[in-house]
Design a protein. Structure first.
Length: 389
């Protein structure tokens, strides 16, 4: 169980360094930057709202969350996600941001996996490896979109047999639902006509302060996981290592800055793509304590200046926590704001990187006649301290 009660490690606002400022005025993303024709299909920007004033803007280009307005402890709205004013800016600076990632989220070593004795070679787009579905994975695709009501958007895409090297015609339906209790629910539903592998997720980048000029290291994180996956050059070794006594122990509310500067070989592995290269960070998977397929609380993140709390519930077996190590500090985001090094973090609910090459890990194989389903919920609230509801 996540130890989130006040008695389980209260971290009071007064005891945290003042590394962040109050939420900056948000920049309202305009539909015009997302209205185009790509690959012969119309792109657009869709808006979901709830009774609490929360707003989510999603493009059917990549299924990207480009704006997410959430109230702070004083009721003031702030935009808590990384995003860009136009499709072109997103592709120029950070094409994964906010996107639906597939067919396979994160890395597959050398872009290879074996299934039923046959070696499959996927496209290579990240050094020697396959990343986020390849050169034209779902983050670069136009989904068919249907807004069902003010709270719900459904998007669909069909991956063709052989696309990016994957076998099978594989259909994906994603439903975004914004509830009146300030939760954004994402449901994935997929079928295939040939045996294949799937691992879908969303790559939203968060800064709960609402101000991208603030580093995320002052956020307080809890992850319900007793083990993580060590990596070499960002590919898991196959080991499930205990977090106890390591800077990967977030079983109690812990400020990122209290661990991320630790001299640790695994944190150095996170610097493979880091800027500046002298600093590493998190780019790892945590195996969650809950059972795979069970919807449960996976992680909780608290930002002290705004009081915003993000709780992540998922049916997936792991969380991939990335601390913005590769952000170069030159990306031009919404309204011309510069996104700095570690200005956003991501927590992808997923199967771990390279799972198709790890037979003892939960399978990512999808057979004809089967249906892959997964649900991830981002639940927002406010609190006075890291240990209080």
């Amino acid at each position: 169980m996540l130890r989130l009660r006040a008695c389980a490690a209260l971290i009071l606002l007064a005891g945290l360094p003042a590394l962040a400022t109050a939420s900056a005025p948000y920049v309202d993303v305009k539909p015009a930057g997302y209205q185009s024709v790509i690959d012969g299909k119309q792109t657009d920007l869709y808006t979901l709202k709830n009774k609490q004033g929360m707003v989510v803007k999603i493009s059917n280009y990549g299924g990207k969350i480009v704006e997410l307005l959430v109230p702070d402890r004083n009721g003031n709205l702030g935009d808590v996600v990384m995003g860009f004013d136009t499709i072109e800016d997103g592709n120029r600076y950070n094409p994964s941001t906010g996107a639906i990632i597939g067919r396979y989220a994160n890395r597959i070593a050398k872009g290879q996996f074996t299934m039923d004795g046959k070696l499959y070679q996927l496209s290579i787009n990240n050094g020697p490896n396959h990343l986020h579905g390849g050169k034209k994975g779902s983050r670069f695709r136009v989904f068919d979109a249907k807004q069902l009501d003010d709270h719900t958007l459904q998007i669909n895409y069909v991956f063709k047999d052989g696309e990016e090297g994957y076998p099978g015609n594989c259909s994906l339906k994603v439903v975004y639902t914004l509830t009146d209790d300030n939760a954004l629910k994402i449901r994935y539903d997929s079928v295939t006509d040939r045996k294949t592998i799937v691992n879908f997720s969303n790559h939203a980048g968060f800064n709960l302060s609402g101000d991208p000029s603030n580093s995320i290291v002052n956020h307080v994180v809890t992850i319900d996981a007793d083990t993580f996956t060590p990596v070499v050059k960002l590919i898991p070794t196959g080991e499930r290592r205990s977090v106890k006594g390591t800077p990967f122990d977030f079983t109690k509310p812990t400020r990122i800055a209290d661990l991320i500067y630790t001299q640790d070989d695994q944190l150095k592995q996170g610097q493979q793509l880091a800027n500046p290269p002298a600093e590493g960070g998190y780019d790892h998977n945590w195996f969650l304590n809950k059972r795979p397929g069970e919807l449960g609380l996976a992680a909780r993140v608290y930002e002290p200046t705004s009081g915003r709390v993000l709780e992540i519930y998922t049916t997936e077996p792991a969380i991939h926590f990335y601390s913005g190590n590769a952000l170069p500090g030159t990306d031009v985001g919404k309204g011309g704001r510069i996104y700095g090094f570690r200005s956003f973090f991501t927590m992808l609910a997923e199967h771990p990187d390279d799972s198709p090459n790890e037979p003892n890990w939960p399978t990512t194989v999808l057979n004809p006649g089967e249906r892959f389903t997964a649900t991830t919920i981002y639940k927002f609230s406010t609190a006075k301290s890291a240990g209080t509801p």
